[in-house]
Design a binder for this molecule. Sequence first.
Ligand code: FAD
Length: 299
Amino acid sequence: MSTNPWLRERATRTAFVRRSVSTFMPGERLEDAMAAAAAQQKQGIGTILTKLGENLTRVEEAEEVTRHYLDVLDKVQAAGLRAQISVKPTQLGLDLDKALCFANLQRLVDRAVERDNFVWIDMESSPYVDATLDLYRSTRTRSPRVGLAVQAYLYRTAQDVESLIPLGAAIRVVKGAYLEAPSIAYPKKADVDENFYTLCCRLLADDARKGGGLLHIATHDPRLVDRLASFIDQHRIPTSAYEYAMLYGIQRSLQQRLVQAGRPLRVLVAYGEYWFPWYMRRLAERPANVWFVIKNIFA
Ligand SMILES: Cc1cc2nc3c(=O)[nH]c(=O)nc-3n(C[C@H](O)[C@H](O)[C@H](O)COP(=O)(O)OP(=O)(O)OC[C@H]3O[C@@H](n4cnc5c(N)ncnc54)[C@H](O)[C@@H]3O)c2cc1C
């Protein structure tokens, strides 16, 4: 459903859907996201800003997105916010021209260096994984101010992580949000969860940390959050080596619990008009969300 244009056209005009999406994003404008970042900062929570959108068709659009993020990095510094940015390679033109995408990413990382900030690269669906790893590697050789998301549901990720560790990589481990075939991704949730734990432990190991690595534990799964907290305490891993990362509006009580326990936390705040596919993936992650929407549509 996230890729269905007919549904997107209709659903985004429905008042209830527009209202219910506000659970997951404070507003469509950058100003809304920055206000949410300021509120989070008061609670001791860092932010990751992301403008929704993917799979562009014109080079001009990639330029527009790049300029937008350059401006975000300027505005974040001017506002004194502790907010990084996270970008999708397809938003920077990966489908159109890989060299252009790399150049756009490099412009963002250069600006992040100037503004004492950091750029995260999202991982999209499986056909983009190799190109995204290439992008990361070539950007990382020029600056450490860039990190990469990897998906625990893919069988290949353990090997990819091994190849990234010697680079001193900042890695965000996520479970993975796209529909992938069992030939390349664990079909059982329990296996994805276990792989998530194993990958995070690997990235918290001495050799991974000594190379300057940073781990983002990006999950709302309380079991994994607590299991990894025990691992961290047991191995006396410093708070400079990791951060928990969650999405705006999801598991707020768990977010508060982490902050109260002195754990570093960042919350990703999404904004922009192109929220439909992203919203559908958030619904798909939790059947209760779908029932909530259906009930309200029929109410
Ligand atoms: C900071 C961040 C960045 C991400 N970047 C990427 C990326 O680059 N590429 C990518 O493929 N994926 C990305 N994701 C999404 C990720 O892959 C998962 O789809 C998403 O985090 C849901 O999985 P989970 O780990 O929270 O665990 P799950 O096992 O799905 O959920 C655990 C519990 O969390 C709660 N929960 C989870 N999702 C929801 C929801 N939508 N609504 C309400 N409650 C919910 C529920 O209580 C659920 O029982 C990112 C996620 C985060 C937090």
